[in-house]
Design a protein around this ligand. Structure first.
Ligand SMILES: *[C@@H]1O[C@H](CO)[C@@H](O)[C@H](O)[C@H]1NC(C)=O
Ligand SMILES: *[C@@H]1O[C@H](CO)[C@@H](O)[C@H](O)[C@H]1NC(C)=O
Ligand SMILES: *[C@@H]1O[C@H](CO)[C@@H](O)[C@H](O)[C@H]1NC(C)=O
Length: 326
């Protein structure tokens, strides 16, 4: 999601005097120069501050939570986040077993909710607000039920688009969100565009994730639909039954290249109403003469397309998605 700009809105704050407080200025990893959207965010902050000053509440830029980009976290901070996600995956679910007998953990509660409320969560007017609420609830569970001290990180797609497999997010080491899936044969992800853009080509993965902190993760709910082959069917038509299997992924540069910062910048700046903004986000109408015209929503999802079906979720609410998936 709109990557960085949404972090601005995460700073629900009222304001003290300018200049902007240090608290609201994210700590950056110097390895990544600011991209056009980062710069847009920075230039917008004074306006956020002025707007907040018109509000009558106790939030300030000093006490607002700041969500940070994955690589802007230190390695120990990344590990703390991973530990909290693993903790959530080890706690019992709260969803009634009559609704989702396949939910095996507190983490699965969020997966189940995203599945059952998918239509509501994704319509034009709800998409962004409802996902922000969803991420807020997930972050709250990490903090209150698993002792996580930080906030939900997000993913700036642009930082990793040229080489996602070797990025700090997907390189498969202990401080990554897990590595690529094992090589498997599948063609790619079907897109509703004219040839040759009717498919995001496979990047060669698609099998089980074998490296990193989530290599032993058991996915239980779903699939309702899948983009890779050989995924066992769920025993229930609503996908809520137990279907234990590995986490599959295809960390996909062909998808990521449709999510570089210039696409996000154009999405934000070139659409004057919610309808055109939403349609562009979904890749409609198709961009002409563009090799990666997926739309940010698809492009972001399928950076880790696999099973669960490319629905990422957590992190990166950066745009929308993020790190693990649901
Ligand atoms: C601001 O909020 C406080 C506490 O809710 C309320 O008592 C006060 O009337 C509000 N002031 C304005 C100008 O709305
Ligand atoms: C994992 O990768 C990150 C990003 O490249 C690096 O900063 C970190 O030191 C690596 N950790 C190990 C244990 O190699
Ligand atoms: C973004 O940049 C890429 C690479 O230069 C280009 O192919 C693409 O058309 C650009 N997209 C937009 C929306 O400007």
């Amino acid at each position: 999601m709109l990557v960085n700009l949404w972090t601005v809105s995460a700073l629900l704050a009222a304001v003290s005097a300018s200049p902007l407080s240090k608290r609201a200025t994210p700590i950056r990893n110097g390895f990544y120069p600011l991209d056009v959207v980062d710069k847009l965010e920075e230039s917008t902050m004074p306006k956020v501050q002025a707007w907040l000053a018109t509000k009558n509440n106790t939030c300030t830029l000093e006490n607002a939570a700041v969500r940070r980009e994955w690589s802007d976290l230190s390695v120990p901070e990344r590990e703390d986040y991973i530990k909290a996600v693993l903790c959530l995956q080890s706690k019992p679910p709260k969803v009634p077993s009559s609704t989702a007998p396949g939910a095996k953990s507190r983490f699965d509660d969020f997966v189940a909710f995203h599945m059952t409320q998918a239509m509501m969560l994704h319509d034009t007017t709800h998409l962004f607000a409802s996902h922000r609420y969803f991420i807020w609830a997930y972050e709250k569970a990490l903090r209150e039920e698993c002792g996580y001290q930080g906030y939900q990180p997000y993913m700036n797609y642009d930082r990793y688009a040229q080489d996602p497999i070797n990025s700090p997010m997907f390189n498969g080491n202990a401080s990554s969100m897990g590595g690529n899936g094992a090589p498997t044969k599948y063609r790619g992800i079907i897109m509703p565009f004219k040839k040759p853009y009717d498919m995001i080509k496979s990047a060669g993965g698609g099998g089980c994730v074998t490296t990193g902190p989530f290599k032993d993760m058991v996915v239980s709910l779903g699939p309702k639909s899948t983009v890779v082959d050989n995924v066992p069917r769920n025993p229930r038509s609503d996908g809520m039954g137990a279907n234990p299997r590995c986490l599959r992924r295809d960390v996909n540069k062909n998808s990521a290249l449709g999510a570089t910062a210039n696409y996000t910048y154009s999405l934000i700046m070139d659409n004057k109403d919610i309808d055109s903004f939403y349609n562009r986000y979904l890749g409609q109408p198709p961009l002409k003469n563009d090799n990666h015209p997926w739309g940010l929503h698809n492009a972001g999802h399928y950076i880790i397309g696999g099973d669960p079906g490319g629905v990422c979720i957590f992190p990166l609410a950066s745009t929308t998605c993020t790190v693990t998936r649901c």
